[in-house]
Design a protein around this ligand. Structure first.
Ligand code: ZN
Length: 209
């Protein structure tokens, strides 16, 4: 088969597992698979002390760091919309300890962005990993926060609201997203859940940028 990231041909010896499940049937060559590097440390949520969003997130974990292989992965995943690519991180996501005892909530895309991308990437990761989730949030703006300065980001209006019919219970939630960059997206999302009655809100991202 051909690697979905680098297009080089590779073969993998068949396994018993592979006969019954799609485990061990990675769409990536061993070299690309070995290129993902675990994230160092945890996202610095203490950066948000003294802002209106202080304490919105109770904990945060990222699984991988952002390197060239990951950059290629994200580009291919968005471009190919390949279910096999969504499954590359299923095992790692499923075994993330931060999911234990918490209800997963995907960070949504704005409908305009969703139309551009044509599929909800984060939800697809969860579906593929077999992690149950509740879509409680809606994105209220299509603005790109990456272009704002730090002050502007920290003071901007909420980027999310509760989805229609969403019911927030007094339980522990974990937001799931692809990237932790400045933490703005996740703090805004967490703030909405907290003020609606969530007991605690954690964050799990695939990548720490
Ligand atoms: Zn490859």
């Amino acid at each position: 088969m051909e690697c979905l990231l680098c297009n080089s041909p590779f073969s993998r010896p068949p396994t018993w597992m592979g006969l019954f499940t799609d485990r061990g049937q990675s769409p990536l060559c061993p070299r690309c698979e070995g290129g993902f590097v675990p994230a160092e440390g945890k996202p610095p949520i203490s950066d948000w002390k003294g802002t209106p969003y202080e304490g919105a997130l109770d904990a945060a974990v990222s699984l991988y760091s952002y390197n060239d292989v990951m950059k290629t992965y994200l580009r291919q995943y968005k471009f190919l919309k390949d279910a096999a690519l969504a499954g590359v991180f299923s095992e790692a996501l499923r075994h993330a300890p931060i999911l234990k005892g918490r209800t997963a909530v995907p960070v949504p895309m704005h409908p305009e962005r969703l139309a551009e991308r044509t599929f909800p990437q984060v939800e697809e990761l969860l579906v593929r990993a077999g992690i149950p989730f509740v879509p409680l949030l809606e994105k209220t703006t299509a603005r790109n926060l990456g272009r704002m300065g730090r002050k502007e980001r920290m003071a901007s209006d909420l980027l999310f609201c509760l989805a229609e019919d969403a019911e927030i219970r007094r339980i522990d939630y974990v937001l799931v997203d692809d990237l932790y960059t400045t933490g703005t997206t996740l703090h805004h999302a967490a703030h909405v859940l907290k003020k609606s009655g969530a007991r605690s809100v954690a964050a799990l991202t695939l990548i720490r940028a």
